[in-house]
Design a binder for this molecule. Structure first.
Ligand code: AMP
Length: 380
C-alpha cells in the first residue's frame, strides 16, 4: 500500500496532511495523484466520500507551488466548477486546509450572496477559484474575471451538473479557457451525455475509477421497513426516540422539499428537534442548519437529495430514507453519508406500497437483497 510520502508531494502539503490526520491515501488518491502531478488530463469515476477532493486538490496545489507565478489581476490559475454552493464551499475549504502552510490564495463564487466581495477577492488574481457555473458567468459578464490565463480546469460531480442543466454553461465556460490546459473531470456515474462532454473537454485522459457502490455499501448495515405511507411520520418519530438513535446523528432523506418541511413539523410535535435543508432555504438557513448538525446541537437533519449532495459531515450514524429514491444510484449516494472514512453505519429505508419497484431497482444495482428489519434493530 502506497503512502503519501511516496507520492512526492511538497513538504508544506505533507505537513497539512499530518494536521488532517490522513495517514494513507484512499484508492482514488493513489490512482489520480500521480497522473495529475505529471500534468495529464484525468477522467475519474468517484463519488463524494471516496476522498476525491484531495485526489485533485493535492496534486494541483503541488503544481502551483513548483511552478510559482503570480496570477494576473482578474484571473485564476486553477478553476474548479462545482454544481452546488455547498459543494463549492467544501472544495474551497479543502483547498484552504491542504494549502494552509502555503501562500496560495483560494477564492469562491456562488449565487445567493452578494457579488461584490466575490469580485473583490479575484481583483488581484487568485491561484484557485472554486465556482458554480451560473455565478461564474455573471462575474465574467461583469468583467470582474477572465479565463484566458487559466491553466487547470476541474469539473466536479459532472453528472450532477447535467441534472441541474449546467451542461451548456459549462461548454461556454470551457470555450473561454486556453486550449492548452490541464483538465480533470470527476463524476459519480457516466451517463451518455457526460461521457460525450468528457470526450470534448479532455485530451488523452488517464481514466481512474473506484467502485463506490460495492466498497461503500459493504460496510453499511442496511434494512428496509415496509410501512404504509401514512404511518411513516410516526414510525420515524418512534425510531428517532429510541436510545440507539438518540446517541447518534441521523440524516433523513425525503424526495421533496415540502415533504422535508412536513417531517420537521411532525418531529417537533413529538418533541424531537430537527432542521431541514433544501433548495427553498436561504444560504444562511442552510449553513446554520448544517452547522448545528455538525456541532451536535441538533441530531436530526432532514434533507432532499439535491441539497445534500456533496455535504460532508463526519459521524453520521443513521441514514434514514423516509422516501425511497426513484433513481437507484441516489440510494448509494444517500447511504454513503454514513460509514465515512472507514466508520460503520446503519441505513434504514421506509418502503410503502408505491415504492416496491424502486426497492427492486436498488437491490438490482447493489447486487443484494436488503433485509427487512424492525425499527432500529441492526441488520444481520
Ligand atoms: P471527499 O470524497 O473528497 O468528499 O472526501 C470524503 C472525506 O474523506 C472528507 O471528510 C475528507 O476529509 C476525508 N479524507 C480524504 N482523504 C482522506 C485520507 N487519505 N485519509 C483520511 N480521510 C480522508
Amino acid at each position: 500500500m502506497s503512502d503519501f510520502a511516496s507520492l512526492g508531494l511538497a513538504p508544506s502539503l505533507m505537513e497539512a496532511l499530518a494536521k488532517e490526520n490522513y495517514a494513507t491515501p484512499t484508492p482514488i488518491q493513489t490512482q489520480a495523484i500521480p497522473p495529475v502531478l505529471a500534468g495529464h488530463d484525468v477522467q475519474g469515476i468517484a463519488q463524494t466520500g471516496t476522498g476525491k477532493t484531495a485526489a485533485f486538490a493535492l496534486p494541483i496545489l503541488h503544481r502551483l507551488l513548483t511552478n510559482r507565478r503570480r496570477a494576473a489581476p482578474k484571473t485564476c490559475r486553477v478553476l474548479v466548477l462545482a454544481p452546488t454552493r455547498e459543494l463549492a464551499g467544501q472544495i474551497a475549504d479543502s483547498f484552504r486546509a491542504y494549502g494552509r502552510f502555503t501562500p496560495l490564495r483560494v477564492a469562491i463564487m456562488y449565487g445567493g450572496v452578494g457579488k461584490y466581495p466575490q469580485a473583490r477577492a479575484v481583483a488581484q488574481g487568485v491561484d484557485v477559484l472554486v465556482a458554480t457555473p451560473g455565478r461564474l458567468l455573471d462575474h465574467i459578464g461583469d468583467h470582474a474575471l477572465r479565463l484566458d490565463a487559466t491553466e487547470v480546469l476541474v469539473l466536479d460531480e459532472a453528472d450532477h451538473m447535467l441534472d441541474l442543466g449546467f451542461i451548456i454553461p459549462i461548454r461556454r465556460i470551457a470555450a473561454m479557457l486556453p486550449a492548452e490546459r490541464q483538465t480533470l473531470f470527476f463524476s459519480a456515474t457516466m451517463p451518455k451525455e457526460i461521457a460525450t462532454l468528457a470526450r470534448q473537454l479532455l485530451r488523452d485522459p488517464i481514466q481512474v475509477a473506484v467502485t463506490p457502490a460495492a466498497t461503500t455499501v459493504e460496510r453499511i448495515a442496511q434494512q428496509v421497513i415496509f410501512v404504509e405511507a401514512a404511518a411513516k411520520r410516526s414510525l420515524l418519530a418512534t425510531m428517532l426516540a429510541a436510545p440507539e438513535a438518540r446517541g447518534g446523528r441521523s440524516l433523513v432523506f425525503t424526495r421533496t422539499k415540502h415533504g422535508a418541511d412536513k417531517v420537521v413539523k411532525q418531529l417537533e410535535l413529538a418533541g424531537i428537534e430537527s432542521a431541514a435543508i433544501h433548495g427553498n432555504k436561504s444560504q444562511g438557513q442552510r449553513e446554520r442548519a448544517l452547522q448545528s448538525f455538525r456541532n451536535g446541537e441538533i441530531r436530526v437533519l432532514i434533507a432532499t437529495d439535491i441539497a445534500a449532495r456533496g455535504i460532508d459531515v463526519d459521524g453520521v450514524t443513521h441514514v434514514i430514507n423516509f422516501d425511497l429514491p426513484n433513481v437507484p444510484e441516489t440510494y448509494v449516494h444517500r447511504i454513503g453519508r454514513t460509514a465515512r472514512a472507514g466508520a460503520e453505519g446503519l441505513a434504514i429505508s421506509f418502503c410503502d406500497g408505491s415504492e416496491r419497484s424502486f426497492l427492486r431497482d436498488i437491490e438490482k444495482l447493489i447486487g443484494k437483497r436488503i433485509p427487512a428489519g424492525q425499527p432500529m434493530s441492526r441488520a444481520a
